[in-house]
Design a protein around this ligand. Structure first.
Ligand code: SAM
Ligand code: DTB
Ligand code: SF4
Length: 334
């Protein structure tokens, strides 16, 4: 079922049927289960579909930084906030491919290029992105982009260039969305996700916790994700990075157990998907990260930086995985 599976000793043939008809109340009830039972159920499903000691390591690069016209309240790259992010135009493709080559040599199996755009541009800049995708794809790693909204044609061209995944987050529930972003609507996100799916690119779609949403919004986001058919192959769960200068800078810190709950619920609802413990790891203790792994997270971002904010150091991550007896997925880099 999962091509990434290794560690035959623990492998079982998955018998659980994937469901896409989850009811919002069911999701809310799973989310609210007492933690030991929630983690037990998630870990049981995790072992049915995945090798429990393997974590995918992904690396991010910001290929175009800052100056984004959208007003996402969490984001340091919006022109609407002054978070001190230095703007940078589209990077040189050879530089980006070089960074990807180094990452692949260190064993990273997914490389994700992020751009602070409302929508992917037409013309010359899009051609440059395609060149990056072609170059990274030739390294034998999974290639992901997150460029904002896409047209159907752009999705097809990205697929032809070798893109394996497209990240486009729903971020929160439909009900709470308008309190966080006013420059676009939920339906526009869903339309891009459909274009990506239709082009045969795998979907990476998740959200952010800690933006002042209610528990019902967290369940609402997970319900949206789990009723997509097929499920997103990759589900990033981000903890808000509270950046000075953004409207959410003064949000109270999130209880890390909410990350554990959200990851466990995602694992139960979408057992075959890769669930990524994404932004926020620098703010989580090793014990909280460990609980996230127990809850079914099997992917992390590695490298000193996410897009514009810091991430734990490579040595720190290596030490943590080693102390847990967990290993990165094997690389097929060429
Ligand atoms: N501009 C494109 C878009 O929004 O789709 C792609 C880049 S955008 C930075 C990618 C994702 O990063 C957002 O959807 C959001 O989930 C996440 N993100 C941005 N700022 C964040 C923050 N401060 N904390 C956690 N996640 C964040
Ligand atoms: C995702 O869900 N999280 C990543 C990736 N997809 C593109 C981005 C996190 C960004 C955190 C804030 C920053 O570093 O700018
Ligand atoms: Fe722009 Fe993406 Fe940041 Fe929103 S999250 S402001 S769309 S870069």
């Amino acid at each position: 079922m999962n091509s990434a599976f290794s560690g035959a000793a623990q492998q079982t043939i998955p018998v659980t049927q994937l469901r896409h008809d989850w009811k919002k109340e069911e999701v809310a009830a799973i989310y609210a289960t007492p933690l030991p039972g929630l983690v037990y159920r998630a870990q049981t499903l995790h072992r049915e579909f995945h090798a429990p000691d393997r974590v995918q390591t992904c690396q991010l690069i910001s290929i175009k930084t800052g100056g984004c016209p959208e007003d996402c309240a969490y984001c340091p790259q919006s022109v609407h906030h002054d978070a001190g992010v230095e703007r940078e135009g589209l990077l040189d493709p050879q530089h980006v491919i070089g960074v990807a080559r180094d990452a692949a040599a260190r064993g990273v199996t997914r490389f994700c290029m992020g751009a602070a755009w409302r929508e992917a541009p037409q013309g010359h800049e899009f051609e440059i992105v395609l060149e990056m995708v072609r170059g990274v794809s030739s390294l034998g790693v999974e290639v992901c982009c997150t460029l904002g909204m896409l047209t159907n044609e752009q999705a097809v061209r990205l697929k032809e260039a070798g893109l394996t995944a497209y990240n486009h987050n729903l971020d929160t529930s439909p009900e709470f969305y308008g309190s966080i972003i006013t420059t676009r609507v939920y339906d526009e996100r869903l339309r891009t996700l459909a274009a990506v799916r239709q082009a045969g690119i795998t979907v990476c779609c998740g959200g952010i916790l800690g933006m002042g949403e209610k528990e019902s919004d967290r369940a609402g986001l997970l319900h949206q994700l789990a009723t997509l058919n097929p499920h997103p192959e990759s589900v990033p769960i981000n903890m808000l990075v509270r950046v000075e200068g953004t409207p959410l800078a003064a949000m109270p810190p999130l209880d890390p157990l909410e990350m554990v709950r959200a990851i466990a619920t995602a694992r139960i609802l979408m057992p075959a998907s890769r669930v990524r413990l994404a932004a926020g790891r620098k703010q989580l203790s090793p014990e909280a990260v460990t609980l996230c792994f127990l809850a079914g997270a099997n992917s992390i971002f590695v490298g000193e930086k996410l897009l514009t904010t810091p991430n734990p150091g490579v040595d720190e991550d290596e030490q943590l995985l080693q102390s847990l007896g967990m290993k990165p997925l094997e690389s097929h880099a060429v």
